[in-house]
Design a protein around this ligand. Structure first.
Ligand SMILES: [Zn+2]
Length: 507
């Protein structure tokens, strides 16, 4: 079949047809679930969508290959390869490829990405990526002249417009579901959303807007440790009513205040931004560590994670540096963040210190790799990165062990802080967002907040302080934006942007 040249128009149709059958299972599964297939309109809508997908894509492929020739063919190969990867993630994790998902992908480092690789991933890549690509390259194309090209493009456009017009009764339906439909259509979901992502990132990445200066009018020595959790959902902490004892160590600690809270988003970058900014604005105002550092407060940032806005401080320590500095070769777990921390506080000559520990303890999908063996208490655990292959209970077991380890890290930190006698010490723990563990067949996180299940945004918010005389407010529901103002209160720092209603401390 590869010897004979075929006309470009047929080539474009073949590519489009392959594109439809190989990569649009999730798209049509979703369409099928929301249309009424028993009505005539439902059937017509389904047929129209099928025709539209084939003809519209064929048109784009036709134009691309006609204008770019060989380069156009390689562009199709690139699409097919990325399609295969995208479809693997859509089918395995029920994700949709929208703008924030592209942001998550582009912010992923190799260590995190490699934890998704599996045999099934390879099978997707070979059968949905490489083999169809070889077919695309092998087929020889007979090109037409410019005049015929123009006529064919024009006729196709007229046909498409007629089809869209004939479906005018369904425009509202398409508009209502456009977000999800657009996120499942290949290759445009990632092509369009990647450019949308960079567009909004460029807008956001302009220089941070400085806040009005803060002042320190108080000379007591105080240190706040802000622990940012990763994918920790409140439902699996016994403090929030979970039937398993996942908080054995923290339960023994006095003066620990537990608040219900919701995250501002279901993905890391936006969750962390909300934890560090003074209010929700959509702009990049100076974040808490940068603000305090610029105003003379000592700030230390330690991280086994990523995804925060640019931190402009001197003392910024990543996992590798901590492992090296404290001779912890081979130590993989988040307790590395606590190494030598007490000494750093006691050696400081600053009266006010903010320490941020950005953890990654409950990061999926390989939950079972995130805690030392002694915390493997709920068993058996899921050891596949294709979460749907495990039973839900195995998945929950592995996840609960990460919560148990989080409990241990926080309790250890508080015990260390108690030994720092020169300073008033306090700790805030809050998660960047929640996590789905197979409820409604959803895994991980990243579903747009407006349609996300509560598991993805109900987060833990704990506060502990060494000073027993501090009084804490009762609260029904806190947000991530409560952190900024509560930290100012705990450190006794004055600022024009301070908002008393957003602090958890009673005055
Ligand atoms: Zn996260």
């Amino acid at each position: 079949m590869f010897k004979k040249k075929i006309k470009l128009i047929y080539y474009a149709l073949i590519v489009s047809f392959l594109n439809l059958i190989l990569y649009h299972y999730a798209f049509y599964k979703f369409v099928y679930s929301i249309i009424d297939i028993k009505t005539l309109n439902g059937v017509l809508l389904l047929i129209s969508l099928l025709v539209l997908t084939i003809v519209l894509n064929a048109l784009v492929f036709y134009i691309a290959v006609f204008l770019l020739r060989k380069v156009g063919k390689w562009l199709l190969v690139l699409f097919f390869t990325i399609n295969a990867v995208a479809v693997y993630f859509i089918n395995t994790y029920s994700v949709i490829i929208d703008k924030s998902m592209i942001g998550n992908v582009l912010n992923t480092n190799y260590e995190e990405a490699s934890s998704f690789f599996s045999l099934t991933f390879l099978i997707y890549l070979i059968f949905l990526g490489i083999i169809p690509s070889v077919v695309l390259l092998k087929i020889k194309v007979k090109f037409t002249n410019f005049k015929r090209f123009g006529i064919q493009v024009a006729l196709t456009l007229i046909f498409l417009l007629a089809l869209i017009y004939a479906n005018s009764t369904n425009w509202l339906w398409i508009d209502k579901n456009s977000k999800k439909l657009g996120a499942l259509v290949m290759p445009w979901s990632y092509v369009v959303n990647t450019s949308r992502y960079y567009h909004s990132k460029n807008k956001k990445n302009k220089e941070q807007i400085l806040l009005p200066d803060a002042t320190v009018n108080d000379s007591t020595k105080s240190v706040v440790v802000l622990v940012i959790g990763e994918s920790a959902r409140s439902a699996n902490f016994s403090f929030y009513g979970y039937q398993r004892n996942t908080n054995p160590e923290l339960a023994k600690i006095n003066n620990l205040h537990v608040y219900p809270a919701e995250s501002a988003a279901t993905y890391t970058t936006e969750g962390i931004k909300a934890i560090l900014e003074h209010k929700k604005t959509g702009k990049l105002y100076e974040i808490l560590p940068n603000y305090l550092y610029r105003n003379g407060i000592e700030v230390i940032w330690r991280s086994t994670n990523w995804g925060e806005p640019t931190v402009r401080i001197e003392n910024y320590q990543k996992k590798d540096e901590l492992i090296q500095a404290y001779n912890q070769e081979g130590f993989e777990y988040d307790e590395i963040l606590l190494q030598g921390l007490k000494d750093e506080i006691m050696n400081s000559d600053n009266n006010k210190i903010l320490i941020v520990l950005h953890t990654s303890t409950s990061h999926g999908p390989a939950y079972y790799k995130k805690y030392p063996p002694e915390f493997n208490q709920f068993t058996p655990v899921c050891k596949s990165v294709e979460l749907a292959k495990c039973t839900q209970q195995e998945l929950i077991n592995a996840y609960d062990n990460t919560i148990l380890y989080t409990d241990h890290i926080l309790a250890t930190l508080i015990e260390e802080l108690k030994q720092v006698k020169d300073y008033n010490t306090s700790m805030i723990f809050i998660s960047d967002h929640g996590e789905s563990l197979g409820e409604k067949s959803l895994y991980m996180h990243g579903i747009p907040l407006s349609i996300a299940p509560k598991e993805q945004y109900e987060i833990p918010f704990f506060v502990w302080a060494s000073d027993d005389s501090l009084e804490f407010k009762d609260s029904n529901m806190l947000s991530q934006h409560h952190v900024f103002h509560s930290v100012l209160d705990l450190l006794k720092i004055d600022s024009p942007v301070y908002d008393e209603s957003m602090s958890i401390i009673k005055k």
